[in-house]
Design a protein around this ligand. Structure first.
Ligand code: G3I
Length: 386
C-alpha cells in the first residue's frame, strides 16, 4: 500500500450532444404549458424520479440520432441518475493503486450540468470483485488483513473523490449490495449471507465474506461513514419489496444491523419484477399491490430512508397494459409515502436494458413512450401522499 497512488480522474468534458430541457423541476410551479415529466411531477412533491444510465449510450457517437433521443429524454424526465455499472468496484479498481473513474466522472459531470442528482452504486458487491485482487489473494500475495486495508482504502478514495469534486451530487451510496443469497426466493430455502468462495461467476460465492469475515457488511458501513460522515449510506437488495422468504431474511438482517449501531441510513428495494409474478401462487410468497404497499410500510417503520432503486418489469408481447398497471401500482405503493425519497428504474428504454428481450421499461426501443410511461405520469398526477 506504500506505492504511489495514481488516480485516473476524468476530464470534466460534458457531452456535446444536443440537449433537451434541463429544468425538470418547473412542472407544478410554472403555469406555462410545459409537458409534464416524471421528474417534474415527482419534484413538485419533493421526491426524485431516477434512472440507471449507461455511459456508452449517453456518449454514443456512432448513432447520433438515437443518442440525441436518449440524452434529451434523460434530461427531460429525470432528476436522479445512477451509473448502471461504471461505479462498480471491478470496473473502477483496475490495479492495486489505480482507480479509473473516467466513465463515472463523465456521467457525474453530465448530472451536474443538468441539475440532476446521483445515486452511487455500489461500493461492495460479491459480483464485482477486481480480478487482480482475487488472483493476488489466491496466490497468497494478500492476507485477509491486507484485503481489509485495501477495501477500506478503496471506499475512502472513491467517496472522498465525489465529495470533493462534485459536492452535493451524490444523494445515496449503495455501500453493500446483495449480501443475502440466493437471487431467486422460489428456488431455495437457505437465506442468509452468501457462501464464501472466490468463484462468484460459477457459484454466487462471496469473496468479501471469505476475506473480510462474516461481519463484512458492518465493516463496510463503518468505513463508509468514516470516509464521509454526511453521506446517506444504503444497503441494497432484490426481493425485499414483497413478502417472500428472502425478503424476510433481508429484513431480519438489516434490522439487526441497525439495532447493533451500524451506520446505515437507508434501504434500497431493487424491484426487478415480472408481470408473471401477478399469477404466481407459491407458499410464503404474496405478490399483490397491497402486499408490496404493506412491505414498504414495514420498511418505513424501521426508520430507514427507503428508495426504490432498480425497478423494471419484464413482460411478454401483448402485456403492455398489465405492465403499465404494475408500474403505477408499484409507484403508488412507495413514492407518495413519507420516508420514501426516490423511485429509480433500471434504465428507461428497452433499447438499453440488462434484460432487453423482455422489454421491461417504459420507453420502447425507439425511445417512444409505452403505456407504462403514461401510467407512471398518471400515478404521479393523482398523488395520494401519506
Ligand atoms: O463492457 C462489456 C462490453 O465491452 C461487451 O461488449 C459486452 C458484451 O457482453 O459486455 C460488456 O460488459 C457487460 C456489462 O454489463 C455492460 O453491458 C458485462 O459483461 C455484464 O456483466 C454487465 O452486466 C451488468 C451486471 O449488473 C453486472 O455488473 C448489467 O448490465 C447490470 O444491469 C447489472 O445490474 C445489477 C445491479 O448492479 C445490482 N442489482 C441487479 C442488477 C441486474 O443484474
Amino acid at each position: 500500500m506504500g506505492s504511489k497512488i495514481a488516480i485516473v480522474v476524468a476530464s470534466l468534458l460534458v457531452s456535446l450532444l444536443p440537449l433537451g430541457c434541463a429544468d425538470s423541476g418547473s412542472v407544478g410551479q410554472d403555469p406555462s404549458p410545459m409537458p409534464a415529466s416524471l421528474a417534474g411531477l415527482a419534484e413538485a412533491h419533493g421526491r426524485r424520479f431516477g434512472t440507471a444510465v449507461v455511459h456508452d449510450a449517453l456518449f454514443d457517437t456512432t448513432q447520433p440520432e438515437l443518442a440525441r433521443r436518449y440524452t434529451t429524454t434523460l434530461a427531460r424526465e429525470f432528476n436522479l441518475l445512477v451509473p448502471e455499472s461504471e461505479l462498480k468496484m471491478a470496473n473502477v479498481w483496475t490495479a492495486e493503486s489505480t482507480l479509473d473513474l473516467r466513465k463515472a466522472d463523465r456521467i457525474a459531470a453530465w448530472a451536474v450540468a443538468h441539475n440532476v442528482k446521483m445515486r452511487a452504486h455500489s461500493l461492495v458487491w460479491y459480483r464485482s470483485v477486481p480480478p487482480w485482487l482475487v488472483a493476488g489473494y489466491r496466490r497468497g500475495d494478500y492476507s485477509r488483513e491486507q484485503v481489509a486495508a485495501l477495501v477500506q482504502w478503496y471506499i475512502s478514495r472513491v467517496m472522498t473523490h465525489y465529495k470533493a469534486s462534485y459536492p452535493g451530487l451524490v444523494v445515496a451510496w449503495d455501500v453493500v449490495n446483495e449480501a443475502i443469497g440466493p437471487n431467486d426466493p422460489t428456488t431455495s430455502d437457505t437465506f442468509g449471507l452468501r457462501p464464501v468462495g472466490t468463484d462468484f461467476q460459477d457459484s454466487g460465492a462471496d469473496f468479501w465474506r471469505l476475506t473480510l469475515g462474516d461481519d463484512y457488511v458492518e465493516k463496510a458501513f463503518h468505513w463508509a461513514r468514516a470516509a464521509d460522515p454526511d453521506a446517506h449510506l444504503f444497503y441494497n437488495d432484490d426481493h425485499a419489496e414483497f413478502p417472500n422468504p428472502k425478503g424476510e431474511a433481508i429484513y431480519t438482517f438489516v434490522t439487526a444491523l441497525k439495532a447493533a449501531g451500524t451506520p446505515i441510513d437507508g434501504i434500497g428495494l431493487e424491484c426487478h419484477l415480472d408481470v408473471s409474478y401477478l399469477d404466481m401462487s407459491l407458499p410464503g410468497i404474496v405478490f399483490t399491490p397491497e402486499a408490496i404497499s404493506a412491505t414498504v410500510d414495514r420498511w418505513i417503520r424501521t426508520g430507514l430512508e427507503v428508495q426504490v432503486t432498480e425497478a423494471d418489469i419484464s413482460m411478454k408481447v401483448g402485456q403492455d397494459d398489465r405492465q403499465a398497471k404494475l408500474y403505477a401500482d408499484l409507484l403508488r405503493a412507495s413514492l407518495p409515502k413519507a420516508g420514501v425519497t426516490a423511485f429509480t428504474t433500471w434504465g428507461f428504454t428497452d433499447l438499453v436494458s440488462w434484460r432487453a428481450a423482455s422489454t421491461p421499461l417504459y420507453f420502447d426501443r425507439d425511445i417512444a413512450p409505452k403505456p407504462a410511461y403514461h401510467a407512471l405520469l398518471e400515478a404521479l398526477r393523482t398523488w395520494d401522499g401519506k
